[in-house]
Design a protein around this ligand. Structure first.
Ligand code: LFR
Length: 485
């Protein structure tokens, strides 16, 4: 049968990549065309994304993708982290550098919003977790600025890059669901919330859904990349986590997933949102996935904790660090890896040590000990999220799928299996890019429904299974210790 080439642009918080997915009726192969750093910049204004360098990386990547396939790709799709955006003026020009979600401008903003729309009502209407960086809070923080006064349009990061590639504007739904302005039941804007907070929904371009066409690469882009046109851009699950969940190689319905990388996003795929007060208290989010599904999950700080330590330690060899961590006794000290106190960059080894000291636990002294503390804490947070999601959604599981960069960390995968008391299936590592490719392939008629996309992954991607080991009681005790019980 025919094999098509789909370019998947996948932008993460620390690097971007352009992958080429070659897909046929019974084959799926992913090749990396280009990888480039994503280096946020601290300007006098605050922490900003260098979006021009990201766009340059995308163009270089598309060129490299073309070079792999004789100057041709059949379609392009873009996904990135969520919530962040660029503001455009009336001429369609970008106003300023997009603000990083770890910037401090949203400190104290949520409380002001809740004075108008109480947190419980906001959750009932939008199903979104509280995170200081939800687009809603960012907009409220920005709205008295001179820049905002000139803003006529808001484009989320993948939509902004799509606009630069094609000249066409839209708001992709899975990513829009992270703004806190979408109702997960209607999968449309929550006009009531927007009205009460004085947010003009006219700022947003019309909604589009994964699979929708998003225009053709502009002639200048074809020239810059050497691609032969026409090349369509296809809307994918433009929130990276939506693309990653689409590529969870599950074989049934009774599964939990953990998308690992800078964050750990741990939860379930559901047919309908869970908007109960208990769910709000547990800070689970109802983001939208492919085909109207709900990504019911919790944000856990993830490997960000380790990345920030590694940066502070001057980039030691990661393999050595993990071998050292494996030799440290388990569960000596744990921190709450769901705590947004760890959100901002800087001083991470010290902040972890302080958290251990304040909770009366041994303070990790060496990088290996700190690394062990982080991995134990992540596994414990994975355990809690998987258990609580099942209870809150009344949706039991028998397997936990780990996808994303953390699948390369065998210790983390084994600890997660041990902590959850469930088998873990690890892989694929490049889940977001694969989900991106598969949605493009589906839009072009190459694969069928979600289940057949997943079957194709099971047949073609290397997966590693971890059986739970050790004493489950140790994890229960650590959980109780952390909860102060
Ligand atoms: C993961 C992710 C998470 C989102 C966070 C901030 O890359 O997209 O899903 O909560 O980044 O956008």
């Amino acid at each position: 049968g025919s094999v098509k080439s789909y370019a998947a642009v996948d932008l993460g918080a620390s690097s971007g990549r352009v992958m080429v997915g070659r897909a046929g009726r019974d084959s799926l192969e992913l090749v990396e065309a280009h990888r480039f750093p994503n280096r946020p910049v601290r300007t006098p204004e605050g922490l900003r994304w260098d979006v021009l360098s990201l766009y340059a990386g995308v163009l270089d990547g598309l060129k490299a993708a073309g070079a792999l396939g004789g100057g041709r790709v059949d379609s392009v799709g873009i996904d990135s982290w969520a919530v962040d955006h660029g503001l455009l003026d009336a001429d369609g020009a970008l106003l300023g550098n997009p603000v990083h979600y770890r910037d401090t401008r949203t400190e104290g903003v949520a409380e002001k919003v809740w004075a108008t729309v109480p947190a419980a009502e906001l959750y009932a209407a939008t199903g979104l977790q509280y995170a200081p960086f939800n687009t809603l809070y960012q907009l409220i923080a920005a709205r008295s600025s001179a820049q905002f006064a000139h803003a006529e349009r808001l484009l989320l990061i993948p939509d902004l890059l799509t606009y630069w590639l094609t000249g066409e504007q839209g708001t992709e739904l899975t990513n829009a669901s992270t703004t806190q302005l979408i109702d997960p039941r209607t999968r449309d804007w929550s006009r009531d919330v927007a009205d009460r907070l004085g947010i003009d929904l006219g700022l947003f371009a019309p909604l589009r859904r994964p699979g929708d066409p998003a225009g053709l690469l502009r002639p200048e882009v074809l020239e810059a990349t050497g691609l032969s046109g026409p090349v369509p851009v296809t809307t994918v699950g433009s929130h990276d986590t939506a693309s990653a969940v689409a590529a969870v190689p599950a074989t049934g319905e009774r599964f939990a997933y953990i998308c690992t990388g800078t964050w750990s996003l741990a939860g379930l795929e559901l047919g309908a949102p869970v908007l109960t007060e208990a769910s709000r208290a547990a800070n689970f989010t109802n983001e939208l996935g492919l085909d109207g599904t709900v990504r019911y999950l919790r944000n856990i700080m993830g490997l960000w904790l380790l990345q920030e330590c590694v940066r502070a330690w001057g980039d030691p060899d990661l393999g050595e660090l993990l071998r050292g961590a494996a030799a440290v006794p388990a569960l000596r000290s744990v921190v709450d890896a769901g705590d947004s106190a760890f959100l901002a960059p800087g001083r991470m080894p010290e902040r972890i040590a302080e958290a251990c000291r304040e909770s009366g636990q041994p303070v990790p002294r060496t990088p290996a000990e700190t690394t062990r503390c982080i991995l134990d804490s992540l596994a414990l947070a994975h355990r809690r999220a998987v258990a609580e999601a099942q209870a809150l959604a009344d949706h039991p599981v028998d397997v936990v799928h780990i996808v994303g960069g953390g699948t390369r960390n065998a210790l983390l995968c084994q600890l997660t299996a041990d902590a959850c008391g469930l088998p873990v299936v690890a892989g694929p590592a490049e889940a977001a890019a694969l989900g991106n490719v598969l949605v493009q392939a589906r839009a072009h008629g190459l694969v069928g429904d979600r289940a057949s996309m997943r079957r194709l992954l099971v047949r073609t991607q290397p997966l590693v299974r971890y059986e739970p080991q050790g004493d489950p009681e140790a994890w229960r005790a650590a959980e109780a210790r952390l909860a102060g019980r």
